[in-house]
Design a protein around this ligand. Structure first.
Ligand SMILES: *[C@@H]1O[C@H](CO)[C@@H](O)[C@H](O)[C@H]1NC(C)=O
Ligand SMILES: *[C@@H]1O[C@H](CO)[C@@H](O)[C@H](O)[C@H]1NC(C)=O
Length: 206
């Protein structure tokens, strides 16, 4: 899917109006001079990866009142907690930073949607093909702003799997990029594998 998109984008570049007068044999030189003037050392990665320097940290919050985990940018939880006011309202505890993703749409990424069951009964995170097309999951509907971040839907560009674990008895979904943590939960007995949700950037990139 990403490669197809990249090839389409490249074809569109080559087909730019006004460039057709250039002899075909000159395209190699023309393309490499354009690439070097843009500072691209690796043409392939520049054309198939989103800019990692624009990715931001996503954290996981937990509400003991809802028995629900939710992933979002840290400021979202800060704002929710303060906006609640009342001590009897939902408070989100900070479970830790888990990965990096893009707060705005980037080339080669897809939207990560938040879907909700009822009012805070359960939340799941799934990718959709584009911003206008939320994924369909029985019993769930797109929640609030719905798009949490932009991620990859294939393991490209140094991304790692974002895995889901499900505690069905408590209608809770938990998310991690740590295979040991995922395996540990599954070994407990109450948790089952929710599969790979998306591909995201690790917190530290080498
Ligand atoms: C959840 O687990 C408890 C204790 O094991 C059990 O009593 C209850 O029926 C379970 N609920 C569901 C929905 O499976
Ligand atoms: C599984 O969950 C139920 C209900 O939440 C709890 O009573 C039980 O102790 C859990 N089992 C394990 C092995 O943690």
């Amino acid at each position: 899917m990403h490669l197809g998109f990249a090839l389409t984008a490249l074809a569109a570049t080559v087909a730019l109006p006004g460039a057709t007068a250039l002899p075909f044999s000159n395209w190699g030189n023309r393309l490499s001079s354009v690439s070097s003037s843009l500072g691209f050392k690796n043409i392939r990665s520049a054309q198939t990866c989103a800019d990692p320097s624009l990715a931001r940290t996503i954290v996981q919050g937990f509400s003991s009142l809802l028995t629900s985990h939710v992933i979002d940018f840290h400021y979202v939880f800060v704002n929710l907690n303060t906006a609640q006011g009342s001590q009897e309202a939902v408070l989100w505890s900070y479970q830790g930073a888990i990965f990096k993703a893009w707060p705005t749409q980037q080339s080669f990424t897809v939207p990560l949607f938040r879907l909700a069951k009822g009012v805070g009964i359960d939340y799941v995170f799934m990718v959709g093909p584009d911003a206008q097309t939320p994924p369909v999951l029985s019993g769930f509907v797109p929640d609030g702003g719905a798009i949490v971040a932009w991620v990859y839907d294939t393991p490209v560009c140094g991304s790692v799997p974002l895995m889901s674990a499900v505690f069905a008895n408590q209608t809770d979904h938990y998310y991690t990029t740590d295979p040991d943590e995922h395996a540990g939960l599954l070994s407990d007995g109450n948790w089952s594998d929710g599969g790979i949700v998306a591909y995201v950037l690790p917190l530290t990139t080498s």
